[in-house]
Design a protein around this ligand. Sequence first.
Ligand SMILES: [Zn+2]
Length: 414
Amino acid sequence: MDISRIGLIAGIALSSTLLAPAALAQDVPYETLELQRGMITLDTHLDTPEAMDRPGWSIMDRHDVRGDGTQVDYPRMVQGALDGGWWVIYTSQDPEGEWDYKRVRDFAVMRGMTIRNMIAAHPEQFELALTADDAARIKGEGKRVSYMSIENSYPLGEDVSMLDLFYKMGVRMVGFAHFRNNQFADSSTDPEGPKYGGLSPLGFELLKRANRLGMIVDASHSSDEVLDDMLEHSTTPVILSHSGAKAIFDHPRNVDDARLKRLAAKGGVVQVNSYAGYLREVEPSPERNAAMRALREEMGAPAEMDEATYQSYLAKLRAIDAQYPLVDRPDGNDFFKHLFHILDLVGPDHVGIGMDWDGGGGVAGIEDITDLPVITQALLDRGYSRDDIAKIWGGNILRVMREVEAKADPKPAE
Ligand SMILES: [Zn+2]
């Protein structure tokens, strides 16, 4: 989730692709789709759980990115050959100080239950994945591979043993900070700058706990110095679940070449994201953003609406989109610049895909998960082998997960 800083429950992206005019269907040969279907295709950052809590929204229905703004559901997973990925428990911590830890903790636990309930309600289509080996088995059974992750550890409060609860719930990946510094780590984007110069003392405890439990350590959104601390102190490879290259666009959310190389040298993986504002300089749409903000202030978060209110919310969103269309939108080439740069830098053993679907990701031409074969085709066109592409789509992150599992020592909490 890289979007709303307005509410506890993230709503529609301020830079949403809703109704934006752009080419959807692309000419990708059928063989490319077939090739991708033969691989384990995973995305490390699926922010769809927020939509799962919207009234009347079901993962089993087919939605339209230009209708309700969502980018992932079961019918589209089948069409785009996405086997699964990490469903995200995302918790905002703004406005700072307004919520105490317990309320935010409860929100995160309930969001985790939303993911578990979605999986339990559709046992023929989804299965909770807890280990790296689960991916191939679940795909082999014709179901979608459902890992869980937490983005922003803020809801853990000041008791790192809370991480054990999320582990028991099924969470196997942990991101430390988000837009703002928190009790564990500095953020890459806090307007007030760094607080600790890396991990806080509690953050080091959290890192130890994650290593011991067997959870993948995710440095996306954290500051460069937090990444440095993680690379130095984590007993397992570190990943970036949805990030880009600073060499392509100098944004604090993107990571410089030297650090990307160090991360790869330690066995980690860079999962490349497609969040427009991090791909290149984008001409701002202040009227559009102001209208989106006003709507959120007027109507609140979609998950708290009844069905009728939600429909009227969507109608208002469409009206804003018609009145203030996005003037400047990155496209596939902007995304591929990051992907190819990172591939050239660290090689195909250390790159993956984490598009930030339903969290603000997606570009013109790669609008939702039905467009994933466009990425496979671009990799083929650039000369990557089938084996390389399979590693990029899932093999690399599963390799990291195996290392994390091998080093785990999940003793009961003291
Ligand atoms: Zn994010």
